[in-house]
Write a protein that binds this ligand. Structure first.
Ligand code: F6P
Length: 547
């Protein structure tokens, strides 16, 4: 046993889980008219109804006790103060400094990082305003209106998904296109429809070493030169965002065209840095700033709100409850808002790259599950496919439903239907449908007894499936910022409880290393193959197919 599973808090939660497994949410709602109100909290434009969870006051208190035992608050304060909490990479974790509107300094190695952060924000603002005024001109004098954003992972998901979510706020004069994958089809398709004279390429790579991003930028450069641009015109059409200024300059980026970031900003937390430039280009700096301020509001809430009203704490503790005491292996995110459809993919990287770990503390292998599989898609589409498994399958899959109560230019009928499906799903998951109810429904159908019994069994829905519902008055930039920060802090709290380092990602490194070795064999077709038999065979087939 590890210290965590051996603790009295853990043991107590195990015995509470055994008791709760004998109960049904439907009975709790019937017995307690105050339940919904009691388990609803609101902050920063987000209202969370967590009453449809398998919890009692005792459970919540025990989970809060576990958080205290794991010193979550101490670890949280260490993060905000710039302590080196990413201990395997020896880095501070300060994405919160990028949205620090407190007027207070954030000290790292004896220096306030805020002046540099603010200077970069001013640079972004000036650049975005210039583009939007039509004053950012290409080499032939045409305004740059087509932006190609090249990046992958955190240097892609945040900008693309947050821009998508804020479609009602788009600035009309420019269009941003995203390229992430090294699959040539992607960049070819994007560039095929663009006029190079009006195109601005924003290359986003924190490390400036990511193969996909470097190659896609080289391809964009070759396309630009082939279309008529010359080497000296590149400076007008290519900018970069990176913490590796030297590599960016060596690559040929003009020094003025590099927007800096810092090693204390993790890739999956980087949309708040200059990596967010494509968002600002899409919605304008004012709205982009509102996004940052919404995240800042959630930071304050996370630091100041008591644990029983603290949204990130509540979501995190509920997750721990299901993962560690109910065997849940996944968590589904269900935004009932078309523009927020990318959010599950965003949280997928945030959560899985952060807490997909098995070492706690210095080197202890955990004897408890950690980060879950995160998945999901927009409602109501999922209802006509995978919801079946959540309702009647054998797995327990906690769900987060999300719905803006108002959307710009909404069609009342569509919006009411959307909301009714969202609420109806949470209700169906919670209450289910008993065998007796199914039999009663079938009674008038003139079926023989065996058919009726069988059909009723198939139609029975166990219910007791947990869900959270997050409501927003409107998903404006500020609320979206708060929502993203909410999930960041949820992931943080879970990592703090499990004792993992939520800020490194060694697991992805081996794949990158081996990918490069294999690339060498694909390119140098005469070289001997010295991998395992399967990999050798795959390489041989590729060599044959490609001459
Ligand atoms: O693939 C892992 C990763 O390191 C992510 O954490 C990161 O967001 C992505 O690659 C892109 O990295 P970079 O911004 O350095 O190109």
């Amino acid at each position: 046993m590890t210290a965590l599973t051996d603790s009295s808090h853990w043991q107590h939660l195990s015995s509470l889980a055994a008791q709760v497994k004998q109960q049904h949410l439907r009975d709790w709602f019937a017995a307690d008219p105050q339940r919904a109100q009691r388990y609803t909290v609101a902050a920063c434009g987000i209202e969370l109804d967590y009453s449809k969870n398998l919890i009692t006051n005792d459970v919540m208190q025990a989970l809060q006790g576990l958080a205290q035992h794991c010193e979550v608050n101490v670890k949280r304060d260490a993060m905000f103060k710039g302590k080196v909490i990413n201990h395997t990479e020896k880095r501070a974790v300060l994405h919160t400094a990028l949205r620090n509107y407190s007027g207070q300094p954030v000290i790292l190695d004896g220096e306030d990082v805020m002046p540099e952060v603010q200077a970069c924000q001013q640079k972004i603002k000036a650049f975005v305003d210039k583009v939007h005024r039509g004053e950012c001109l290409g080499y032939t004098g045409k305004p740059l209106t087509q932006i190609v954003s090249i990046g992958i992972g955190g240097s892609f998901l945040g900008p693309k998904i947050m821009s998508e979510a804020l479609k009602p706020y788009w600035y009309k004069g420019v269009k941003v296109h995203y390229v992430a994958n090294v699959d040539g089809c992607h960049i070819q398709d994007v560039l095929a429809n663009l006029d190079h004279q009006e195109t601005l390429v924003v290359m986003s790579s924190k490390s400036f070493t990511t193969q996909e991003t470097l190659q896609n930028t080289l391809t964009a450069k070759a396309w630009f030169l082939k279309a008529g641009g010359s080497q000296k015109d590149i400076a007008k059409h290519f900018v970069a965002v990176s913490s590796n200024i030297k590599a960016a300059t060596d690559f040929g980026m003009a020094a003025d065209n590099i927007f800096p970031m810092w090693d204390w900003v993790g890739g999956r937390y980087s949309l708040w840095s200059a990596i967010g430039l494509p968002i600002a280009l899409t919605i304008g700096y004012e709205h982009y700033e509102a996004l940052l301020k919404g995240a800042y509001a959630m930071d304050k809430h996370f630091q100041q709100a008591p644990v029983e009203q603290n949204l990130p704490m509540i979501l995190a503790l509920l997750g721990v409850w299901y993962i560690n005491f109910f065997g849940a292996q996944s968590h589904v995110l269900l935004p009932y808002y078309h523009y927020l459809r990318g959010f599950p993919a965003y949280v997928q990287q945030l959560d899985m790259e952060s807490n997909g770990k098995r070492i706690a503390g210095a080197s202890e292998v955990t004897d408890y599950p950690t980060g879950p599989l995160i998945w999901g898609s927009e409602g109501t589409n999922g209802q006509h496919s995978f919801h079946q498994l959540i309702h009647q399958g054998t797995l327990l899959i906690p769900a987060d439903f999300m719905l803006p109560l108002n959307v710009p230019n909404q069609d009342k009928t569509h919006h009411a239907m959307l909301a009714s499906n969202c609420f109806g799903q949470t209700q169906a998951l919670m209450q289910g449908k008993t065998l007796a109810e199914c039999k009663a429904d079938l009674a008038s159908k003139n079926l023989d007894a065996a058919t009726l019994d069988s059909l009723a069994a198939h139609k029975t829905m166990p219910g007791n499936k947990p869900s959270n519902t997050l409501l927003f008055q409107q998903l404006d930039p500020s609320t979206l910022g708060a929502l993203v920060a909410l999930y960041e802090h949820k992931v943080f709290v879970q990592g703090a409880i499990w004792g993992v380092n939520s800020f490194d990602q060694w697991g992805v490194e081996l794949g990158k290393e081996l990918g490069n070795q294999v690339l060498d064999k694909l390119v140098n077709t005469e070289s001997a193959l010295n991998f395992d038999a399967s990999t050798n065979q795959l390489i041989s087939k590729f060599r044959q197919a490609n001459g």
